[in-house]
Write a protein that binds this ligand. Structure first.
Ligand code: CA
Length: 640
């Protein structure tokens, strides 16, 4: 919680003594006041404790940078530099005396080096900042990002693999290591991920989305990572900033792209600035938290009241996660620069933005456009957890909205498709239920400027695992996976899906995010090597591996157009196609075999003689009919 009393030692003492003298009103206490004041004042020396961002790069597209300097008694300092190509444009005092914000302008040909910034104030000793201006990697601006050609493996880092037990419990971090507590820290870390990159690559994934890795020095449930307490520091229980940089480098070496999970909406209530925020409006509802309504529709609803909009956007996500006020321009710059810093520092291939619709929406437009301005080929996926494609599409780049809202966000999580998939598999197939749910949602693709760039998933870290969603029915699970890996979009699979991890009988997040077997020394079962897996688990692992590895070789499924046919009799048929390649997918949700009359698909099957069955590996000759086994997907590479 915020304290109303000043935090600076000198002013804090002044405040307390002032209160005492007011109440006691005696000369004796006044004398005491001055006796203490003089030596305290002499000790209260200005000093710098933090500089954020801690470094920058020469040759960025945006020539400006705003540095936040935090320490003690910094108000009123002026800043100058004689570094060639760097100009101090402005210095801003904050409400708290312990911050200054320094605006720098870089000349286009400024050279990397150490920029000396001199801080001066009349009557105070000078302060000095040696600010690192680094050289960018070649090609940094035009870096490649994740695309529909990729398949993303989503990892919760505390729960994947424990590469280093020495960091399981760190000094000064109260949330204890406790592997028996589903909400405790289990010790998974970046070293664990590094050690198993070969497994991820071997499975056929091409990108990693890792749940947040930044410091979460919270009292409890810090394992999930969504309550940042330092935006420039990897949580020491996961590793160091350098470890994250190395992980990204090693992943790139294996052909794996790294997507960083970022949160612009909130921080953790034990974030260091909570003791001394720079401004009175650094947070929304600062000092008197209110919780958001979670009514995500207010951003689009033409009938929404201003009160509802305000409460949704400014309310805190939960009491432990203070809501950042991105309408404060210093906060806005802080978050945008922080994102760019991590792209550059960790050589990222993408960003996943949490709770995309919760922050100020004009800020989010600015955030996306400034990142895309630096990295024109970059992909960012936003989380908008609603089942309505009209609402999801509102945020995508290129969308023409009724209210004129535009942004630069390239991708969104396709929650409508996920929800439809769950319905499709759980309902009986009828005229208005079953596969038709998916068919109808995909028919809404006309509302998206770029439906092919949506990120699609059977589940994620925030919902019951897909196997549980379909009643622990492995056959349905396979249908779900076959669909996600062959329809339009960028597939994302949550770790453990490949070995049938599930959460029967509970929707506890701590259980959903269970430990990956084999990630801990002494684990009886090792999913990395296959040791101890049941035949059913091995079969699923092999099924997904087969599909993923095949997907890498087939342009039609990775980037082709989609044509689908209205589901009939519990069977959904669709095609992915490019000029010279074509894939036919048949999903049979019946408990009996189905004889599929092919004449209906003549539009796509003309001249097709043979097909390669991707799952069985067999070649089949095309005749008038296809027989599909009960509860099975059939994925066919068509050949003329
Ligand atoms: Ca560890």
């Amino acid at each position: 919680m915020l304290s109303q009393a000043p935090r600076n030692t000198f002013w804090g003492a002044f405040y307390i003594l002032h209160e005492i003298t007011l109440r006691m009103k005696t000369w004796k206490y006044l004398m005491l006041f001055f006796a203490i004041l003089v030596p305290l004042n002499a000790q209260a020396q200005s000093r710098i404790e933090r500089i954020e961002p801690p470094s920058w790069w020469a040759g960025m597209h945006d020539p400006t940078l705003q540095i936040m300097v935090y320490g003690q008694d910094l108000k009123g300092y002026q800043v100058s530099t004689d570094y060639p190509g760097v100009q101090v444009v402005a210095v801003h005092d904050a409400f708290s005396p312990n911050y200054v914000f320094v605006d720098l302008l870089f000349h286009w040909d400024v050279q990397p080096g150490t920029v000396g910034l001199k801080l001066q104030r009349s009557g105070s000793p000078d302060l000095q900042i040696d600010y690192p201006l680094n050289r960018r990697r070649s090609g940094s601006a035009f870096r490649a990002s994740f695309t529909p050609e990729d398949v993303i493996y989503l990892i919760t880092p505390d729960r994947f693999a424990n590469g280093l037990t020495a960091n399981d419990q760190m000094p000064g971090m109260p949330d204890p290591y406790n592997r028996t507590d589903p909400f405790g820290r289990h010790g998974g870390d970046l070293q664990g991920i590094k050690e198993h990159l070969d497994y991820v690559k071997g499975m056929g994934f091409t990108a990693l989305w890792i749940n947040p890795v930044l410091e979460n020095n919270q009292l409890a449930q810090s394992y999930h990572g969504y309550a940042t307490t330092d935006f420039y520091q990897v949580d020491p229980r996961f590793g160091t900033n350098e470890d994250f940089q190395e992980l990204s480098e090693q992943a790139a070496g294996q052909g794996l792209k790294v997507i960083m999970d970022m949160i612009a909406n909130h921080c953790g209530d034990r974030h260091w600035w909570m003791q001394d925020p720079p401004f009175e409006d650094w947070l929304n509802y600062q000092g008197h938290p209110e919780i958001t309504t979670h009514r995500r529709t207010v951003n689009q609803d033409p009938h929404a009241s201003s009160a509802d909009r305000e409460k949704f956007s400014s309310g805190w996500f939960v009491t432990q996660m203070p809501d950042l006020n991105q309408r404060n321009v210093f906060m806005a710059n802080y978050i945008i620069q922080n994102s760019i810093w991590w792209v550059e520092y960790a050589n990222l291939s993408g960003i996943r933005q949490d709770t995309y619709s919760y922050p100020d929406k004009y800020f989010m437009a600015n955030w996306t456009c400034r990142i895309l301005n630096e990295y024109p080929n970059f992909n960012i996926v936003g989380e908008e957890w609603v089942g309505n494609p009209s609402i999801v599409s509102y945020w995508q780049r290129g969308k023409i909205n009724q209210d004129g809202y535009t942004s630069c966000l390239p991708s969104l999580m396709d929650f409508p498709l996920t929800m439809a998939l769950h319905q499709a598999l759980n309902e009986n197939s009828d005229f208005g239920s079953g596969w038709i749910r998916i068919y109808d949602v995909l028919a809404n693709d006309f509302v998206y400027p770029d439906p092919g760039n949506l990120t699609i998933f059977p589940d994620n870290h925030d919902m019951s695992r897909i196997l549980t969603q379909v009643g622990e029915d492995v056959a349905k699970d396979k249908l779900a996976l076959a669909f996600i890996l062959t329809t339009r979009g960028i597939p994302q699979i949550y770790y453990g899906t490949e070995i049938l991890m599930s959460n029967p009988g509970t929707d506890s997040h701590g259980i959903i995010r269970s430990d990956f077997p084999g990630g801990w020394q002494g684990d009886r079962v090792n999913a990395f090597t296959g040791q101890g897996l049941t035949p059913e688990q091995k079969d699923m692992q092999s099924f997904i591996r087969t599909l993923l590895q095949w997907r890498q070789t087939n342009d039609a499924v990775r980037s082709g157009k989609l044509m689908h046919y209205a589901p009939e009799n519990g069977v959904y048929v669709y095609f992915r196609y490019v000029d010279d390649q074509q894939v036919m997918v048949v999903l049979n949700k019946n408990n009996s075999p189905v004889k599929l009359d092919l004449s209906r698909f003549g539009e796509r099957l003309q001249g097709i003689q043979e097909a390669n069955d991707i799952i069985s590996g067999q070649v089949m000759h095309f005749v008038d009919q296809l027989e599909i086994k009960p509860m099975q997907p059939l994925i066919l590479e068509l050949m003329k």
